[in-house]
Design a protein around this ligand. Sequence first.
Ligand code: 5GP
Ligand code: MG
Length: 189
Amino acid sequence: MAQKKSVPELKHLDHVLVSETAIKRRVAALAEQINRAYRGKDLTVIAIVNGAIIFTSDLLRQLRSPLRLDCIRASSYHSGTHSTGKPVIVDNLKLDIKGHHVLLVDDILDTGNTLSAVHELLRAKQAASVRTCVLLDKKERRIVPFEAEYVGFEIPNEFVVGYGLDFNERYRNIPCIGVLKSKYYAGKI
Ligand code: 5GP
Ligand code: MG
């Protein structure tokens, strides 16, 4: 059998915060929790792209409810590691969510600006319920009071990449969550 080749950009990491194995285990546990909560109900999963793509695809394949998937685009980082505050949300949802149970999925809950704005938008479209699932939560960075019902890992205040999370659109394909060596952020923060 061919040996699994590692992603060359793994070498750019200063340290790993959450390993690939830990992510796998935690995603399975989150899926179990969600399956219990939505047993017998239809679900509409809305992923915030691009960051939530990988997390959503792993989670989705372990959900047992009949479900629909849609994506919404939001961005608050413009090539850097500091949020610009007000997120830009492109409301390009194709599905009608009125009267439907929605599970909103994102990669990371940071200041809370993005998720609170998207949550509000979905409520305004009269979803029957809206719950949020994030892989990572940087609690100490919160500016807007917002909590997710399902959280993978609480992490310290460090800018992370991997498993869908980027820095200047790179590193999304790293299979774990880690912090880049400072030279790779240099001049761009
Ligand atoms: P918030 O609006 O909560 O401040 O930011 C949420 C968005 O900012 C996330 O969806 C994510 O795209 C981005 N973000 C926040 N913290 C990080 C981080 O540590 N690394 C990366 N790559 N993106 C982050
Ligand atoms: Mg994002």
